[in-house]
Design a protein. Structure first.
Lengths: 293, 316, 495
């Protein structure tokens, strides 16, 4: 497989290959440090008390991890932190499932069927992909208010069905990986179109779905803008709003940097777990692309 | 897009199934219209009305034609036009972050997709580079704010080495630089993943042919990889551009919403946010800024397409 | 009596330290009480709550009684008491003195026995929205407007408001006249607290539990070094005009100290003494007093008398530790508990090394008012709560002896001002109320508009660019005007 692979690193010249390799490792180690450095500081800070935080940065963890956790657990400005994590999880999980499923479905519809509006539809989606969400935020809140949907999760989850950027990625992926002969064969076997999509197409799209699921999950999990417009009931709040509440108390008596970093810690951990779980698909997805090529 | 040709052979067979296409795209469109398109037009519609709250008294909506547009493009008495200033800030900070972001991502993608390099621990590196994207922008902003504040560890280090305290957030280039760096850090892994997928999707026979022809690696990169990667690069640039124009939480938190120093880190969406969520809920002005943002995005995306399209159709 | 205050201050310092650091082992009792936000009061406590509950109902009936003659008061139907607030300061007092949460009284006497408690079956919901970036007001604006038509559990019953924006709500139809609640203005409250809560026709819309005369809070050791004395009266004589204040700043600098910890530190003193409002007939004009502050702040920064920190910033609060170099802070009684935790730190702090004096100009800062929301479905209960925190002298006395506040009671403040055994350990034994009592008469509620908050918060912030040379003065002013335009739309015209 390696023989014809695209490769910028000249095989014939051993010396230059070694140099490239050394440089690559240096670069990768640099990038790794860059990526993990913030994680490290955030986690260390979650183990330090408010007073310890005032003394600057430290490289070794302190003993206040549990205390910070208790502070978060007991903070009456927040409803109850596990509830917040659950809320965030519900919203992010539903959004990422809807986003990936319906984007794949839309992309499949465009790729597989040859209907009249097909080209126009594709162009339209590419066009609207460029519209920043904030642009329509104003009208969106009005609709949410008029339909009495404040303090529900519908306005956060349902729009996920229409995710132009995810659609675009899926379209690219289907174009290059899904042999239409398979769809044909399924039809011959009498498979219903939706069943073909669900049972034949989706498994092939797994890597793309994994990539977009993690992207969509993280985007929704960390979203502050829309939830802040829609939610104000304590028991409904998601983690980014809880973080902002605790952050805004920083200037007062109850302000506690330890608590703030603990919330950040709690908001990172579940995503890291989801990510590590999905990451083998992401890496695998790339490999699969190469096999197919 | 390179392989849309795949659809050609099955075209005639799929005709009877065409109507299914509409079923498959229907949910997307229904939701898009309800959640984005109608709000979008109603936002634009607002731009033609005087509509805000004075204290607790609702003023308007009164139809005022293009008055809000005039207000937006009326310079301040000292001749400065704020909206242009905010556009400039947004673009500058975007470019400062997006250029290294795309360069890093390309380099990483090239390293990861090379078999000859035999990089050990690839899964580890690939996993790690995406991790910063997991952290909330707010957390990043806070962390860097503390790191670089006048009493923060960076300044403590500077002082320990006999230097003067440097006020990072009151110097426009260091303040913008930190904001851009955070954006870069958050997004380069994401871009790498997309580019890797793109590189792996390139038809490998092209490289074989190039190798047989004795093409140099730099030639392969610029003559084959880049042109073939164009669709995905366009995608990356445009999504980065959209992300850049939406830049909000990082500068908002770093400057506590003020856009300090001297409004040089204030972005378009920060201004939009001030109108929507500010004391007056000035929907009229928010509508105008939304239209402006919409047009800017359109123009920039068009430019990106224009610049990249000819190369994509490229020969060789 | 003095002993009690000392222990109270100690206890609150402990509590604060526990909340602040979270590494204190004996904090389990103090933070353990805060688990729930939505608390059904009766279930919260032991058997004695039931009795207090009945008491509350009787009280509620009392409050409603006079109404039968004149105004008709709707009876309480709500099962949820929904309260809007921006932090938990009042919530703490409410839980202590209205709900009678026993744990909060540990080491502070047995007042919980006398707390009325909530009627059976009524739940409380505190809706806390940070005031940062005006979010709290946005929340109020959105919800007050639809309060009358909101479902029972979504109705705001009452909410808290600060001095900077109370006018906006008091002078609107979205707050209830206290006479509609069957309340009258108690004779013991300070006039300015009534004026602040009144609309333009003089209808009173609520009340405050505190009075907020604000003073210089100086470091005794630094004052001794710079002025040769730490006696409040003598320090005052050397700081009783801005000229003297400025020249002392130069002396402090020579000795290696800073006069203030933030260039914004004196802003409230100037703005509070302004002789014209920020906005007149929809036109923004910067008051003369604010311009005077601008000149002083520029001079202070140029000469290194102060720091670039904002008034809440960590850079400034770090200076409250024992090794701090700042001589003067400005603030009222709530400032000690709320912002001076670093000074109270048992290890790095310097409790006892502080004194207070009026300074160049008398002023007040902040204050929290309780306003009943139009549409409340618990008017009787709300009336009783407002009454408890503005009129009940026992509760207000607790605020002095336990919490170190200045309550909204002329009688109590006068009483403790004259009590030579009352003193604050934090202030090195000084009786703050003696000083506050002399200042309260000069507090006036004048020149307030609905636009004050953003002006007061953003003007100093935007001027910093000019002070430190990022731009010229005209540009900094235009940046400020631009921000006012963004915030208030056509309602406020700027130069």
């Amino acid at each position: 497989m390696a023989g014809g692979k695209m490769d910028y690193f000249d095989k014939s010249n051993k010396a230059s290959l070694t140099v490239s390799r050394v440089l690559s490792y240096i670069f990768l180690i640099f990038v790794t440090i860059l990526s993990l450095f913030s994680f490290y500081l955030l986690i260390i800070n979650a183990t330090r008390s408010h007073a310890q935080m005032a003394t600057g940065f430290e490289l070794l963890p302190k003993e206040n991890f549990i205390n910070n956790f208790i502070t978060v657990w007991n903070d009456r400005n927040l409803y109850f932190i596990p509830q917040g994590m659950l809320n965030s999880f519900i919203v992010a999980a539903c959004t990422c499932i809807l986003t990936t499923y319906f984007s794949a479905m839309t992309a499949y519809g465009i790729c597989v069927y040859d209907f009249r509006a097909k080209k126009a539809v594709h162009k339209f989606i590419i066009l609207v992909m460029m519209i920043p969400t904030q642009v329509s935020a104003l009208g969106f809140i009005n609709i949410v208010n008029n339909l009495n949907l404040t303090n529900t999760y519908w306005p956060l989850i349902i729009p996920g069905i229409a995710a132009p950027a995810t659609y675009f990625y899926m379209k690219q992926y289907i174009d290059s990986t899904l042999p239409l002969e398979i769809v044909e064969a399924a039809r011959v076997d009498g498979s219903n179109e939706f069943r073909t999509f669900n049972s034949i197409c989706l498994p092939i799209l797994k890597p793309a779905i994994a990539v977009q699921m993690i992207f969509a999950f993280v985007a929704s999990w960390n979203n502050f803008f829309t939830p802040a417009l829609v939610l104000d009931k304590k028991e409904m709040l998601t983690l980014p709003i809880m973080l902002s509440i605790v952050r805004s108390n920083l200037n007062s008596r109850t302000g506690d940097y330890g608590e703030v970093y603990m919330i950040i810690f709690l908001s990172i951990v579940p995503v890291v777990i989801v990510y590590l779980f999905l990451s083998k698909f992401i890496i695998g997805g790339v490999t699969l692309g190469s096999v197919k090529g | 897009m390179s392989s849309t040709t795949n659809t050609v052979p099955v075209k005639h067979k799929s005709i009877s199934y065409a109507k299914w296409g509409y079923f498959f795209i229907a949910p997307f469109f229904v939701v898009y219209v309800a959640c984005s398109l109608i709000p979008l037009f109603s936002t634009f519609y607002n731009a033609f009305f005087e509509n805000y709250i004075d204290g607790l008294t609702q003023v308007g909506p009164n139809f005022v034609g293009f008055e809000n547009f005039v207000t937006l493009f009326t310079p301040r008495p000292d001749g400065r036009l704020e909206i242009i200033n905010y556009t400039g800030n947004t673009m500058i900070m975007w470019i400062m972050g997006a250029v290294p972001q795309i360069i890093f991502a390309l380099l990483l993608a090239v390293i990861f997709t090379s078999d000859r390099m035999k990089i050990k621990g690839q899964p580890f590196f690939k996993t790690v580079i995406y991790m910063p994207n997991i952290i909330m922008a707010a957390a990043f902003a806070m962390l860097f704010f503390t790191l670089f504040s006048r009493v923060g560890p960076v300044n403590q280090m500077i002082q320990a080495n006999g230097g003067e305290v440097f006020d990072f957030f009151n110097n426009k280039w260091s303040a913008r630089g930190i904001i851009a760096f955070i954006n870069f850090l958050m997004w380069f892994g994401n871009t790498t993943i997309l580019l890797m997928a793109g590189i792996m999707g390139i038809d490998q026979s092209l490289f074989e042919a190039a190798a047989i022809d004795g093409a140099k690696s730099s030639q392969v990169f610029f003559k084959i990889t880049i042109p073939l990667l164009m669709p995905i690069i366009i995608y990356v640039v445009i999504t980065a551009l959209i992300g850049g124009l939406q830049m909000f939480d990082v500068p908002q938190i770093i400057s506590s919403g003020s856009g300090a120093p001297n409004n040089t880190t204030k972005t378009l969406v920060m201004s939009l946010n001030a109108y929507i969520n500010g004391a007056s809920k000035n929907y009229g002005m928010a509508g105008v800024i939304s239209i402006y943002l919409f047009i800017i995005t359109g123009v920039l995306s068009f430019i990106v397409f224009k610049f990249t399209e000819p190369k994509k159709g490229g020969k060789k | 009596m003095k002993k009690r205050v000392v222990s109270a201050v100690l206890a609150s310092a402990l509590l604060v330290a526990a909340a602040g650091c979270g590494n204190n082992n004996n904090n389990s009792s103090s933070s353990g009480t805060t688990t729930t936000t939505t608390t059904a009061a009766p279930s919260n406590n032991s058997a004695d709550t039931t009795t207090t509950t009945t008491k509350a109902e009787e009280k509620t009936d009392d409050a409603a009684a006079p109404a039968a003659s004149g105004v008709s008061i709707a009876t309480d139907t709500g099962k949820k008491l929904r309260i809007g607030c921006w932090n938990d300061e009042f919530q703490g007092f409410f839980e202590k003195y209205y709900l009678g949460t026993k744990e909060l009284h540990e080491g502070q006497g047995d007042y919980y026995d006398k707390a009325p408690g909530l009627p059976e079956g009524v739940e409380i919901e505190w809706v806390t929205t940070p005031s940062e970036g005006g979010a709290y007001q946005t929340w109020l604006d959105t919800n007050l407007v639809k309060n009358a038509s909101a479902s029972a559990d979504d109705k705001i019953d009452f909410f808290l408001a600060e001095a900077d924006y109370i006018t906006k709500y008091a002078d609107s139809d979205y707050t209830l006249n206290i006479s509609e609640l069957g309340l009258t203005v108690p004779s013991t409250v300070y006039d300015y607290t009534v004026k602040a809560a009144s609309d333009r026709n003089g209808n009173v819309k609520g009340g405050s539990f505190q009075c907020c005369p604000s003073t210089i809070i100086y470091r005794r050791s630094i004052a001794k070094d710079v002025l040769g004395t730490d006696d409040p009266a003598e320090v005052q004589s050397k700081l009783d005009s801005w000229d003297k204040f400025n020249s002392v700043a130069a002396q402090a600098k020579d000795k290696g100290y800073l006069m203030t910890g933030s260039f914004q530190e004196t802003f409230r003193v100037f703005s509070n003494n302004a002789t014209s409002p920020w906005v007149t007939d929809g036109q923004l004009t910067i008051p003369d007093a604010v311009n005077e502050w601008k000149d002083q702040a520029k001079m202070f920064l140029d000469n290194g008398y102060t720091l670039k920190s904002d008034v809440w910033g960590q850079e400034k609060t770090d200076q409250m530790y024992a090794d701090g170099k700042v001589m003067c802070f400005f603030g009222p009684a709530w400032y000690f508990n709320f912002c001076m935790t670093n000074a109270m730190d048992p290890e790095k702090g310097c409790s006892g090394d502080w004194g207070i004096c009026v300074g160049p100009q008398s002023h007040f800062w902040g204050g929290t008012w309780l306003l009943a929301a139009t549409g409340t479905d618990n008017p009787g209960l709300v009336a009783d709560i407002i009454k408890t925190f503005t009129e009940n002298q026992d509760v207000l006395e607790q605020l002095i002896v336990v919490d170190g506040q200045v309550p909204n009671s002329t009688d109590l403040v006068a009483k403790y001002a004259a009590d030579s055994t009352y003193g604050s350990d934090f202030l090195g034994g000084q009786n703050p109320l003696t000083l506050y009592n002399t200042m309260t008469s000069s507090i006036k509620w004048e020149n307030h508009t609905a636009y004050d908050q953003i002006c007061n918060e953003k003007f100093p912030e935007k001027m910093l660019d000019y002070f430190i040379g990022n731009c010229d003065e005209a540009t900094a002013l235009q940046n400020f005007y631009g921000l006012v335009n963004e915030s208030y739309g056509n309602a406020v015209q700027t130069p």
